[in-house]
Design a binder for this molecule. Structure first.
Ligand SMILES: Nc1ncnc2c1ncn2[C@@H]1O[C@H](COP(=O)(O)OP(=O)(O)OP(=O)(O)O)[C@@H](O)[C@H]1O
Length: 466
């Protein structure tokens, strides 16, 4: 059949290409006519004209329909807006996911959930969240709409969720969000949530099991720091500060070589006191960004500024000096933020550094830093405790059967191991890393200790020579 016969019209060569059986549209038209019994290429021109008119009318009305929808929303529905960077977003999305509601959304965004890979068979689990569209669900008998879109906040585009319901009262939405909050708090109880800054917003990175303080091998002096923090957060102390109009803030400086447990200790303190941790990466933060970040901190939290020396704040004979650095902020700006009114009440600031001697006095003066704690390379006692700690699980059954007695064999081996590893030469992280190779063989860990020490010494010497 020729193209002209198919169309029933006299047509030019271009049209003939379109409708020719060998062309894509010809194949489409033939397929469509076989499947549905009607063939658009056999319609007369009036039909096309009518369709075009309808499309035109719809295009014309579309704007009015959008305006009408907005008007309806404004006058007959209520909304609650939830920003992606606010923790209420996590509360809502956890609630939505727990009920599988995200499957009602036609368009979803997939993410690998790095925070939930605690089960072996669930490596890199995927989570799906509603994205760029809307869906409806029933909540306590009310229809609730859930829609997401990108909101331009002037600096960047940010995901925003809009919850909506019919009527002028948003009570049902607030009840829903309260329920999300309660459920979320129940799920993160006994866990530590870690936030990091993305630009001037705090993003939840992970919620993980609280690390008990007993798993960080530190000397008795560090226990004083924990007690100080506990006392600071008590209601009595808060009132004491309020009565004297003193800024209710506390600052700690943890200093010492890499791998001695400064970060682990900070996270454990937060866990012990039931606080969330806010890690501020100040290297690429301008003064304005930092100010905005500090003003968004919740009351009662731990703010962690790691490797504070690395941003280029150095001591100088001329006083404050910002060394040649790529840091986007300034020392004076940072000091103002730490002292300033925008800095939230009830926050514990923990700064860590490998080079306390390089820090400017102004940064660590009392008021900004109230207590300092030095972390050292492992001494004999620490080496022995680390050994007992690492191999503790292998002997759990034995120690349980004897109550909570210390396993004498483990103790003897720990002492023997400590006698073979020199004091103040290796960090706890290095010792742990060595022991983990032998997690199923205590005896080999002790036997090969001297060999490991020799290899480590050589490696360190070679590094210095390079
Ligand atoms: N005192 C310690 N007790 C138990 N584990 C430790 C200790 N010190 C280090 N570790 C382990 O070593 C690893 C690194 O420790 P961590 O990051 O806390 O050290 P750090 O002093 O903060 O290092 P850096 O200065 O490089 O940031 C972690 O896995 C931690 O569990």
């Amino acid at each position: 059949m020729s193209a002209a016969t198919v169309a029933g019209q006299s047509i030019d060569w271009a049209t003939s290409m379109l409708v020719s059986k060998s062309g894509p549209f010809g194949v489409f038209s033939t397929g469509l006519s076989i499947l549905t019994g009607w063939n658009p290429f056999s319609w007369n021109p009036d039909t096309y004209t009518a369709i075009l008119c309808l499309v035109g009318v719809f295009a014309f009305l579309k704007n009015y329909m959008c305006q009408f929808r907005t008007w309806l929303e404004q006058h007959f529905t209520s909304q609650v807006y939830i920003s992606r960077t606010d923790e209420s977003y996590d509360m809502l999305s956890t609630w939505v996911a727990s009920r599988g509601l995200q499957h009602s959304a036609r368009s979803t965004v997939a993410r690998v959930d790095g925070g939930r890979n605690d089960q072996e068979d669930k490596k890199k689990p995927l989570t799906f969240a509603p994205w760029n569209g809307s869906f409806f669900f029933l909540y306590k008998g009310s229809v609730v709409s859930y829609s997401t879109h990108l909101r331009d906040n002037g600096l960047q585009k940010e995901e925003e969720v809009v919850l909506g319901c019919f009527g002028r009262s948003s009570t049902i939405l607030k009840t829903l969000l309260q329920e999300c909050r309660v459920e979320y708090l129940g799920q993160i109880e006994d866990k530590t949530t870690i936030f990091e800054n993305r630009g001037d917003a705090w993003m939840k990175m992970v919620t993980r099991e609280t690390r008990p303080l007993s798993t960080v091998i530190v000397d008795e002096q560090k226990q004083l720091l924990v007690e100080d923090a506990r006392d600071f957060l008590s209601t009595k102390t808060r009132k004491w500060f309020a009565q004297r109009a003193l800024p209710y803030r506390r600052g700690y400086l943890l200093h010492g070589p890499p791998g001695t447990g400064k970060s682990s200790f900070s996270l454990s303190i937060a866990g012990e006191l039931g606080l969330d941790v806010y890690i501020a990466h100040i290297h690429d933060a301008s003064d304005q960004t930092l100010k905005s970040l500090f003003s968004k901190l919740p009351q009662r939290c731990v703010v962690l500024l790691e490797d504070i020396d690395a941003v280029g704040i150095t001591r100088s004979s001329k006083g404050l000096q910002e060394a040649a650095t790529t840091w986007a902020g300034t020392l004076s700006g940072l000091l103002n933020i730490l002292d300033g009114v925008s800095s939230q009440e009830g926050r514990l600031l923990i700064m860590t550094t490998n080079h306390v001697e390089n820090l400017d006095e102004a940064l660590i003066r009392p008021g900004r830093v109230d207590l300092k704690a030095g972390f050292q390379l492992a001494d004999a006692n620490a080496i022995r405790r680390i050994f007992a700690f690492v191999f503790h699980q292998d002997t759990t059954e034995a120690s349980t059967s004897r109550g909570h007695e210390v396993d004498p064999t483990l103790e003897t081996m720990a002492k023997s191991f400590a006698a073979r590893v020199p004091e103040h030469e290796f960090s706890p992280a290095e010792v742990i890393s060595y022991l983990l190779q032998y997690k199923h063989s205590l005896a080999a860990a002790v036997e090969n200790a001297e060999e490991w020490v020799a290899a480590m010494r050589k490696e360190k010497r070679d590094k210095v020579l390079k």
